[in-house]
Design a protein around this ligand. Sequence first.
Ligand code: AMP
Ligand code: GLY
Length: 426
Amino acid sequence: MNILVLGSGGREHALAWKIAQSERCTSVFIAPGNAGTALIGENIPVSPTDFPAVKKLVLEKEIGLVVVGPEDPLVKGIYDFFQNDSELKSIPILAPSGFAAQLEGSKSFAKAFMNRHHIPTASYREFTADTLQEGIDFIQSLPLPIVLKADGLAAGKGVLICQQHDEAVAEFQQMITYAKFGDASKRVVIESFLKGIEVSVFVLTDGKDFIILPEAKDYKRVGVGDSGLNTGGMGAVSPVPFFDEALKNKILERIVKPTIAGFHSEGIIYKGFVFLGLMIDDGEPFVIEYNCRMGDPETEVVMPRIDSDLVDLLLAAAKGTLGDVQLKVSEKAAATTIMVSGGYPGSYETGMPITGLDLVAEENGVVFHAGTKVADGVVLTNGGRVLAVTAFGENIAEAARKSREGVAKIHFDKMYFRTDIGYEFE
Ligand code: AMP
Ligand code: GLY
């Protein structure tokens, strides 16, 4: 079967890499892909949100399964586009409906869903221009810090954690009155601050049955010791040592089961990944957010730990037969270090030649590409996050050390990476 992966980051390289290992996969196509995906499949220069172009590609290449990496096409309704098209309707696509994807596309939708199903999350209220003054009064009444969230998609930037009331009021007004995040911040969710440790849990569902994939922890801050600005992710580890059976059971009973049962009872069509961003406070799990896709860089440590044939799992989810499959997970630990362009998450240059990629031996790990491209046979940097160097070990410490050994073999001008991924688990 020919399989199409939509997207161009490290997540999509890791998905395509795992898909390409399946006996059921004849060819894997990646749209638009990067220099790394070109090594395992064929890149096609089509944007994941250009649905008519995606349709042409699916029909031309006789695609038997479509896997969607990023949130944009999901929130824009790629699932519904397929269902409403007579030629695409019968082609399995792993995606929630556009309505379901609001779990990520609208914080307000997600919070209301959680409240309806009694899923533990931070308490909240939401405000618009019509209720601006009530919002300001509410902020003044809250303990610090105060969490403000743009309702819509804001490229990962729409959450502000304010340490002062004045700052929170000013930011709130910027969001609503001055459209700080465009239309995304016309509505603002204000919620209570959750303390604890974050963990990412991934559920694959067909809307009725589900399997829980290996959990992961990502490192969002740019600097060592979790300092500095928030980024898309500077590294990740899996498994997460504090994720024990007791915690897993609480997450299963209080969060995963009610979420999937909620889809079922509300008639929400969801065939795909549910990414639970959780805060664990003293052993008690709370949902910070839902995403309707896999995480990046978490996918770069989750996929390598799946021993099952991924295509079997994805097809079962897309076709509604997930109840029949079993997940096999490797005991080994995985860690990934993200190599970024100097200046990221602020401004940075691209087009730097990358050397040493062939020096990372396969037995030591896998280099997943994120922002890369090929020009005249040379691999060049092409984004903020450039490479994810994943390695394995008996434990997190060993995997992280090997990941850094891999990083040390690679070079590009102005490169930067965190030297302490997995530091709490040394
Ligand atoms: P999000 O864009 O929803 O992933 O939020 C970005 C980050 O903000 C999360 O990964 C958390 O670190 C933090 N965050 C979001 N909501 C809360 C909250 N209610 N309490 C504490 N931290 C939060
Ligand atoms: N690593 C967090 C995300 O993908 O949103």
